[in-house]
Design a protein around this ligand. Structure first.
Ligand SMILES: CC(C)(COP(=O)(O)OP(=O)(O)OC[C@H]1O[C@@H](n2cnc3c(N)ncnc32)[C@H](O)[C@@H]1OP(=O)(O)O)[C@@H](O)C(=O)NCCC(=O)NCCS
Length: 182
């Protein structure tokens, strides 16, 4: 997909208009602020250290290069012209090249209004376009909201890694989920 390409619009449960599009270079500072806001919030994600702008430049450069070559699915969400979240599906390689690993996150002020559900549906549609047949993801066992939407969309728990995450002095399991999208 071309960087910045428009995908579609929809109306969130609170009436706000949401735009889905591919990421682009000018998202750099918004993306940096976004990931660092999740770290600061202590969200149930692996990252626990703020990113530097330098590291974000390297990451986004590689991401956009893979996006343009259809080697990854990347979708960002905009509300009122602001970057408010994203989803990514990275295909595995070799004999597992039909498997896509999904990661999704939305800013704290934009949750529970249906955006995550729509983003997941769009990510699956784009993943199919890339030939992905099996989606997988991992989440903290404590992330009840994420577990709810994944189960709602047909993902099933296929495994659990005990004590995979250490957060605020407590160990939290990782749940592994999968969904056939063929
Ligand atoms: C997880 C996340 C992607 C979900 O997206 P979202 O836009 O908030 O989700 P939606 O609004 O589409 O759906 C939320 C659903 O969870 C439900 N929900 C909210 N809090 C819940 C809780 N504590 N327990 C169970 N269900 C909950 C809502 O009622 C809603 O249910 P419904 O779809 O049946 O009506 C988003 O909240 C997020 O980015 N969170 C922070 C980062 C994160 O956790 N990323 C995922 C890492 S694996």
């Amino acid at each position: 997909m071309k960087a910045g390409a428009f995908i579609r619009k929809f109306t969130a449960k609170d009436g706000r208009e949401v735009t889905l599009r591919a990421p682009r270079w000018s998202d750099l500072d918004d993306m940096l602020e976004f990931i660092n806001s999740l770290v600061e919030e202590g969200a149930d994600i692996t990252a626990d250290t703020k990113m530097t702008r330098e590291a974000e430049v390297d990451w986004l450069g590689l991401y956009l290069s893979r996006l343009e070559k259809d080697q990854v699915v990347g979708i960002v969400t905009e509300v009122d012209g602001r970057f408010v979240g994203q989803v990514e599906v990275s295909p595995k390689s070799g004999r597992s090249r039909h498997v896509g690993v999904l990661g999704i996150s939305l800013g704290a002020d934009y949750r529970d209004i249906g955006i995550g559900t729509e983003l997941m549906r769009e990510a699956e549609a784009q993943a199919r376009r890339l030939g992905i047949k099996l989606m997988t993801l991992e989440l903290f066992a404590s992330n009840e909201r994420a577990l709810h939407i994944y189960e709602k969309l047909g993902y099933r728990e296929v495994g659990r890694i005990p004590r995979h995450n250490l957060k605020d002095g407590r160990y939290i399991d990782n749940i592994i989920m999968a969904k056939d999208i063929e």
